[in-house]
Design a protein around this ligand. Structure first.
Ligand code: CA
Length: 504
């Protein structure tokens, strides 16, 4: 029989054996064959149902700057709608308060300190670290990117022939037209907003009113600061409007019901004591996920999540098992309303941000944040946290902080306590009691009443650094200071060759 001969070939049978052993072998072969047949059938069924993935990523957008979080000034109707149709996260954090390592962590699902040169801004991502777009592409997804993907940095130096976030397209619609019928897609919308520079007064021009602005108490509350915040808000609103156009295109092409949409920023807002710092203003992120038919509309998820979870989440959504070397964890259980172990704290870190210290030095720090405390360990406390007071290479004095009116309000007038909080040298350890000090302004690490909390948080961080093989767990390991910086070269050094390095 033809069917039998096919079956026998698949089962590996030769027809030359007999008796009990033969029966057993035959039964095992049938099981193997049935497994193969139904296994393939199941895979084919799943493949057809695999959702599309759209990631809308803002650049330097902070929590809680969206209407849905209660901000009374900023207008973010699209993010708010996305959250109301899906899940809103209240405790999402980027892995690092800096574009390149934060994006590298999203793409690889691994903590920046595991990514060698990938831990630094303006570095490179070694090709050995696989990214989720590549893995999804191998599994049959069509992948694409618009705007800022992984970076800034030099992806060619890492061995890549395209941005690690995927191949670039002129726009989302052009990409959608290339997706063959029946194939799932995964797209990365990398907005350049609300990254600086801003047109001064653009917030007021956009109709935003300075009166309602909540100025964090670690900045001077002046008209210049308020105006600077409004300019940042106007740029954030532009991201929201652009995201709205993406959502409209999903509707237009009939993809809205079978696409999971995720929206977040990559690191905190570009202001003093915010971006490039491990305080919440540098790491805490807006995050909403819409997944029709899967996520209950209006869900609010208070569990602690890290954007390192992006890669394992997207793989899980696509029916793939995340590799065991990923430190991130899929959000799918949380999105299904289940609880998940390990969601009571996040770990954040920073290495070299801009090249702003003599000798190309980093300002290495690690931190653990839970509901009660933020504990930060500054591993080279004799260095300037915001960069040297004299310009070295990038931006200007204290150049880890992007240039802007709020920064000038502080450094031009040496305004206290703001200068101290943003730019002065910091102790080796910081501990903030978040219930009593939500803006993280009073370091209580040396107070006797916090001795137990200090000990517990320190042990948590030690455990994480040991478990994830953080090179800085060896206090003398300075490898992150020595990796090449692919941004502008210092004046006293010859210009390095830069290939297609991104500008932002
Ligand atoms: Ca950024």
């Amino acid at each position: 029989m033809a069917a039998c001969s096919n079956f026998c070939e698949i089962a590996g049978g030769t027809g030359s054996f007999s008796g009990k052993q033969n029966d057993m072998h035959l039964a095992a072969s049938i099981r193997k064959w049935l497994f193969l047949f139904f296994g393939l059938f199941t895979f084919a069924a799943t493949a057809a149902d695999r959702p599309n993935i759209l990631y809308c990523l803002a650049d330097d957008w902070s929590y809680p700057h969206a209407g849905v979080y209660g901000d009374k000034v900023i207008r973010t109707p699209n993010f708010d709608k996305l959250a109301s149709e899906g899940a809103l996260f209240t405790h999402a954090f980027s892995a690092a308060p800096s574009c390149t390592p934060s994006r590298a962590a999203m793409l690889t699902g691994r903590a920046p300190h595991q990514l060698r040169e990938g831990a630094n801004l303006w570095g490179m991502l070694p090709k050995e670290f696989e990214t989720y777009p590549d893995m999804l592409e191998r599994a049959g997804y069509v992948v694409g990117l618009w705007g800022k993907g992984w970076g800034p940095g030099n992806y060619q130096a890492g061995g890549w022939t395209r941005n690690p976030a995927g191949p670039g397209f002129a726009n989302f619609e052009a990409f959608l037209k290339t997706v063959p019928k029946g194939k799932p897609f995964c797209f990365w919308f990398g907005s350049h907003d609300p990254h600086r520079a801003y047109k001064k007064g653009s917030g007021v021009e956009a109709g935003l009113k300075p009166d309602g602005v909540q100025v964090p108490p670690f900045w001077p509350d002046t008209p210049a600061t308020r105006s600077d915040i409004l300019d940042y808000y106007a740029a954030s609103e532009r991201f929201d409007r652009d995201m709205g156009k993406y959502l409209e295109l999903l509707e237009k092409y009939g993809f809205a019901q079978n696409t999971i949409v995720v929206a977040s920023g990559d690191n905190g807002w570009p202001f003093p004591r915010a971006k490039a710092n491990l305080y919440d203003a540098g790491t805490r992120q807006p995050l909403a996920v819409r997944w029709p038919g899967k996520v209950k509309p209006g869900m609010v998820i208070d569990a602690f999540v890290n954007l390192t979870d992006i890669a394992p989440t997207f793989l899980d959504v696509a029916g793939l098992k995340p590799p065991s070397n990923m430190t991130g964890q899929s959000w799918v259980p949380l999105l299904e309303g289940k609880s998940q172990p390990g969601r009571d704290a996040v770990f954040v870190e920073r290495e070299r941000h801009a090249n702003v210290r003599k000798g190309d030095l980093s300002y290495p720090s690690r931190a653990v944040r839970n509901d009660s405390y933020l504990y930060i360990r500054n591993l080279r406390p004799h260095r300037w946290p915001g960069g040297d007071p004299e310009k070295y290479v990038a931006v200007g004095p204290y150049g880890d902080c992007d240039d802007g009116p709020t920064k000038h309000e502080i450094i031009d007038h040496k305004a206290e306590p703001y200068f101290f909080l943003a730019f002065a040298k910091r102790p080796a350890e910081e501990l903030y009691d978040l219930k009593n000090d939500p803006y993280e302004m009073t370091n209580v690490v040396e107070r006797a009443e916090y001795a137990d909390a200090h000990k517990q948080m320190r042990a948590k961080l030690d455990d994480w650094m040991r478990k994830t093989k953080d090179p800085r767990f060896d206090h003398d390991d300075d490898r992150f200071d020595k990796y090449e910086y692919f941004g502008n070269a210092p004046k006293e050094q010859p210009k390095r060759k830069r290939v297609n390095a991104q500008t932002k």
